[in-house]
Design a protein around this ligand. Structure first.
Ligand SMILES: NC(=O)c1ccc[n+]([C@@H]2O[C@H](COP(=O)([O-])OP(=O)(O)OC[C@H]3O[C@@H](n4cnc5c(N)ncnc54)[C@H](OP(=O)(O)O)[C@@H]3O)[C@@H](O)[C@H]2O)c1
Length: 431
C-alpha cells in the first residue's frame, strides 16, 4: 500500500540554494507527489534575517531563528541544511537533527569533508541517512552515479574539474590572453569568487569534493587532510600558451586513485590533452570522469553551481528519502569504511617543465645532464627566442616520479644556469 503520509522538511538556509529548493517544492508539488507517491511539504524554515525578500513566498511555513530548534522540531522529518560552513550552526544543527531522529540532506562539502565520517557513524547508529548529492559538482548526479549506477564496479580512477570559478579563470586567461591577476579581478567583480577566494583558487573547495568522491569510490573514511592541494595562482599566461602549443590545456584537476602505494588524492593544476573531454571543458562548467573496471570510462558534464542545478541535486536526495530509498552515507556502512591508507608518493607521470635559461654555451646540455642524473628522460624539448640574454625552454619528460623531479630541480639550482623557474606541472594521462 502506498504511504500517503507527507514527508515534512525543515530547511535551514534560504540563500541561493535554499530559495531554489523552496521554489521547486512550491512549483512542482504534483510532480513530486506523483514521483514519490506522497506529498513533499515544507513545515519550517530558518535563516539569519527574517525580513529579507528571497523572491519566494515563505508565509506558509513556521519560522525559526535558531537552526538547531528547526532541526529538532516534532513536525520535521528531514533536516535540509543549506547554510554552509564546516563548524557552527551547520554542524550543531546537523548533529541535533540526527540526535532527534531526523534524516539529513545537505549541500555542505566543507562540513562533510571535515566531519563526514563522525556524522555518518552517528546517523547510521541512529538508523538515519545523510544525503549530499548537491555537495559535489552541483547539478551533476555524481554521488548517485558512484553509489548506485556504478556500484557493481571496482573504481580505477575518479577525476574531475569541480570548481567552475577556477575553470572560468583558466579558460578566460587563454581566450582573452589576459594574465591571472586581471582575470581574478574580473571573476571577483562578476561575483564568481567565494568570500574567501582561497577556497576557490587555492583548490580547497574542489579538494573537499574530491575527498567525498574518494571515500565513496574506495570505501574509505573521508580524509581531506591527505588531499594534495595546489591552487592555480602560479599559472601564467605563458604556461597556458606553451601548453597549448604542445597540445595540452591546463586544468585544476582532481584525481583519486587507489594503487599499491595507497590512496592518492590530488587537487592540483595538471596538463590534459586538448582533445580530451576534460581538455575541451570551457568556462564555469564542471566535469567528472569515472573509470570503472566493468563500465570503462563515464564522463559527466554539467553545471557545478547555481540556484537551479544545485537545488535539483538537493531534490534528488529529498525524493529518494520520500520514496524510502535508504543508502549509507558513503555507499557502505560507516563502521565498515576503512582507513584511507594515504599514498605518500603519487603515481609516476610525465611532467611539463618550463624554465628560463641563461643564454650561455652548453646550458642546454647541462639541463639534459641534470635530468639524466635524476633518471629522467626527455620526451620533447623546445627553446623559444632569446630575450635579454635569457631563453624560455620547455621540456616534456617521459614518466617519472615526483621525487626524481624534485632531485632534478635541486640539481638545476646547483648549476646556476637558470634565470627563473623551473615550473613543473604534472601531465595526467586521460583519453
Ligand atoms: N551556491 C551554489 O551554487 C552552491 C553549489 C553547491 C553547493 N553549495 C553549498 O550550499 C550551501 C548554501 O550555499 P548558498 O550559495 O545557498 O549560500 P548563501 O546564498 O550564502 O545562503 C546561505 C543561507 O544560510 C543562512 N544562514 C547563514 N548562517 C546562518 C545561521 N547562523 N542561522 C541561520 N541561517 C543562516 C543565510 O541567511 P541570510 O540569507 O538571512 O543571510 C542564507 O540564507 C553551502 O554549503 C554551499 O557550499 C552551494
Amino acid at each position: 500500500m502506498t504511504d500517503m503520509t507527507p514527508l515534512r522538511l525543515g530547511i535551514a538556509g534560504l540563500g541561493t540554494v535554499g530559495a531554489g529548493v523552496v521554489k521547486i517544492i512550491r512549483q512542482k508539488a504534483n510532480l513530486l507527489a506523483s514521483r514519490t507517491g506522497r506529498p513533499v511539504v515544507i513545515t519550517a524554515v530558518s535563516a539569519r534575517s527574517r525580513d529579507k525578500d528571497r523572491g519566494v513566498n515563505l508565509a506558509d511555513y513556521a519560522w525559526e531563528d535558531d537552526p538547531v530548534a528547526l532541526a529538532t522540531r516534532d513536525d520535521v522529518d528531514v533536516f535540509v541544511e543549506l547554510m554552509g560552513g564546516d563548524e557552527g550552526p551547520a554542524k550543531d544543527a546537523t548533529e541535533a537533527a540526527i540526535a532527534a531522529g531526523k534524516d539529513v540532506v545537505t549541500a555542505n562539502k566543507a562540513l562533510l569533508a571535515h566531519h563526514g565520517h563522525a556524522l555518518a557513524q552517528s546517523a547510521e547508529a541512529a538508523g538515519r541517512v545523510i544525503r549530499f548529492e548537491a555537495a559535489v559538482a552541483g547539478g551533476i548526479p555524481v554521488v548517485k552515479s558512484l553509489t548506485e549506477g556504478l556500484a557493481g564496479n571496482d573504481i580505477d580512477r575518479v577525476m574531475g574539474v569541480m570548481n567552475g570559478t577556477c575553470n572560468y579563470i583558466l579558460t578566460r586567461m587563454e581566450s582573452a590572453g589576459l594574465p591571472y591577476d586581471e582575470v581574478f579581478k574580473e571573476a571577483n567583480q562578476l561575483g564568481y569568487l567565494e568570500a574567501d577566494p582561497n577556497l576557490d583558487v587555492g583548490g580547497i573547495d574542489a579538494g573537499h569534493k574530491l575527498a567525498l568522491l574518494a571515500a565513496i569510490a574506495y570505501g574509505t573514511r573521508v580524509d581531506f587532510d591527505a588531499v594534495e592541494l595546489e591552487g592555480i595562482g602560479s599559472i601564467t599566461i605563458d604556461d597556458i600558451k606553451h601548453a597549448a602549443d604542445m597540445g595540452y590545456k591546463i586544468k585544476l584537476l582532481g584525481v583519486a586513485q587507489l594503487t599499491g602505494r595507497g590512496l592518492e588524492q590530488r587537487m592540483t593544476p595538471c596538463l590534459v590533452p586538448a582533445t580530451s573531454p576534460l581538455g575541451q571543458l570551457e568556462g564555469g562548467t564542471n566535469m567528472v570522469v569515472i573509470e570503472g573496471d566493468q563500465v570503462g570510462q563515464i564522463v559527466l558534464r554539467g553545471a557545478g553551481a547555481g540556484e537551479g542545478p544545485t537545488a535539483s541535486a538537493v531534490m534528488s536526495d529529498v525524493i529518494d528519502i520520500a520514496r524510502g530509498t535508504r543508502i549509507s552515507t558513503f555507499g557502505k556502512p560507516a563502521v565498515e569504511l576503512e582507513d584511507s591508507r594515504a599514498a605518500r608518493t603519487s603515481a609516476p607521470a610525465p611532467y611539463y617543465l618550463r624554465m628560463m635559461l641563461d643564454d650561455k654555451p652548453g646550458a642546454l646540455a647541462k639541463i639534459a645532464t641534470v635530468l639524466g642524473e635524476a633518471g629522467i628522460s626527455i620526451d620533447r624539448m623546445r627553446q623559444y627566442d632569446h630575450a635579454g640574454g635569457t631563453a624560455p625552454v620547455l621540456i616534456v619528460t617521459h614518466k617519472t616520479t615526483r621525487e626524481a623531479l624534485d632531485s632534478a630541480i635541486s640539481g638545476f639550482e646547483a648549476t646556476k644556469i637558470l634565470a627563473d623557474g623551473p615550473v613543473a606541472i604534472r601531465i595526467e594521462a586521460v583519453s
